[in-house]
Design a protein around this ligand. Structure first.
Ligand SMILES: *Cc1c(COP(=O)(O)O)cnc(C)c1O
Length: 362
């Protein structure tokens, strides 16, 4: 590994593509002759306007975002969206949520403050280890939207197929799978993600919203920052945006384009995840915790027979240069997050290390 870097399996903030970090380094003291670093620059400057415009254009190209969707760069991470979504989209005060893990659970708790939340399906009965059948949900006619977390970062489940919303608007938290594979944007009313999982630095959420869902007739007490129309009408610059994160994300978008776009990313990610899942499926010591057809390509939770052994694995891998394999504190066990920027060699090296541990201890 160059620069003495380690293979970092963190769930977020997470590993970044090295070519992007190198470009940022090269532009640090003087961004393209502007005489300053991007973090020193006015967000109202022409130079920054070009940075944000290009970032949006490249994202639109990567995802094939139709013209009737707005792209918003909002601060407050993905968590603020848990509140902004019901604040802005609950017209009848009613929404359907699907509970598939820690992040949809948090979104449900927040939405309940703003209206009636119907949990139409849940996988809580089996510790969020699968995606429930959502082909024929009971959805009231006046439901404002159907909400899913499309990749549960902590529990490691992903939707193999989107739910049947019966004509209602689909809202999706794509934080930990954003740009990991092609996405048919017009299947959704709103897609959002905190970028620190699969794209860039923390503190920025990207919201892709169908224009007709941006309302102006909101509760007048809605904080101005929490209104989608505020951001849409101001080109994401109502106040000072997270300029640095937007700059870095823009670089990642260009990098993904250079690799062949999202189809190429899907192939790379499937190939990479297979290395790890194949290992898990033949191992006698390690077991994946998720039902096979719902396994995430990005976050892979797994366990040994005991907490003590799990802890030993974390210490062993760390000693061999692999960071952040401890599972989330709420679920324990182990977890390898293998986002876009994790090279296949990193996964192969980790598998070799785990095999060695298994042989030594077996
Ligand atoms: C990390 C994460 C969040 C929260 O993101 P913040 O930017 O920390 O608010 C929400 N949803 C999912 C799926 C996540 O992985």
């Amino acid at each position: 590994m160059k620069y003495g870097r380690t293979y970092n399996f963190s769930a977020g903030p997470a590993t970044m593509p090295e070519p992007v970090l190198e470009e940022i380094r090269d532009e640090m003291m003087n961004y393209r002759g502007s005489g300053m670093c991007v973090m020193e620059m006015s967000h109202r400057s022409k130079v920054f306007q070009q940075i944000i415009d290009e970032a949006e254009a490249d994202l639109r190209e990567l995802m094939g975002i139709p013209d009737n969707y707005k792209v918003l760069f909002v601060q407050g991470g993905a968590t603020l969206q848990f509140a902004m979504i019901p604040m802005n989209l609950m017209k009848n005060g009613k929404a359907v949520y699907i509970e598939t893990g820690a992040w949809s659970k948090k979104a449900i708790a927040e939405a309940k403050k703003y209206g009636e939340v119907i949990v139409a399906a849940s996988s809580k009965d089996q510790n969020y280890s699968y995606i429930p059948d959502c082909s024929d949900l009971d959805i009231p006619e006046d439901t404002d939207y159907v909400y899913i977390c499309e990749n549960e970062t902590i529990h490691g489940v992903t939707w193999p197929k989107l739910p049947n919303t019966k004509g209602h608007i689909l809202v999706s938290d794509q934080s930990s799978m954003f740009l990991s594979k092609p996405c048919n944007v017009s299947d959704y009313g709103l897609i959002y993600g905190g970028v620190q999982k699969n794209v860039g630095p923390a503190g920025l959420a990207i919201v892709i919203i169908r224009e007709d869902l941006i309302r102006e007739d909101l509760d007048p007490k809605t904080p101005i920052y929490c209104r989608y129309d505020t951001h849409a009408n101001a080109g994401s610059m109502y106040n000072t945006p997270n300029c640095w994160a937007i700059y870095v994300c823009g670089k990642v978008f260009k990098y993904l384009k250079s690799l062949g776009g999202l189809e190429a990313m899907a192939r790379i990610n499937e190939d990479k995840a297979k290395v790890f899942y194949d290992f898990l499926d033949q191992s006698k010591m390690f077991t994946g915790t998720v039902r096979k057809q719902d396994r995430s390509l990005m976050n892979i939770p797994f366990v040994t027979e005991s907490k003590e052994l799990d802890a030993e694995v974390v210490a062993y891998t760390k000693a061999h240069g692999f960071e952040n394999l401890k599972g989330h504190k709420s679920v324990g066990g182990l977890r390898a997050s293998i986002y876009n920027a994790m090279p296949k060699e990193g996964v192969e090296a980790l598998v070799e290390c785990l095999k060695k541990f298994e042989t030594e201890r077996g």
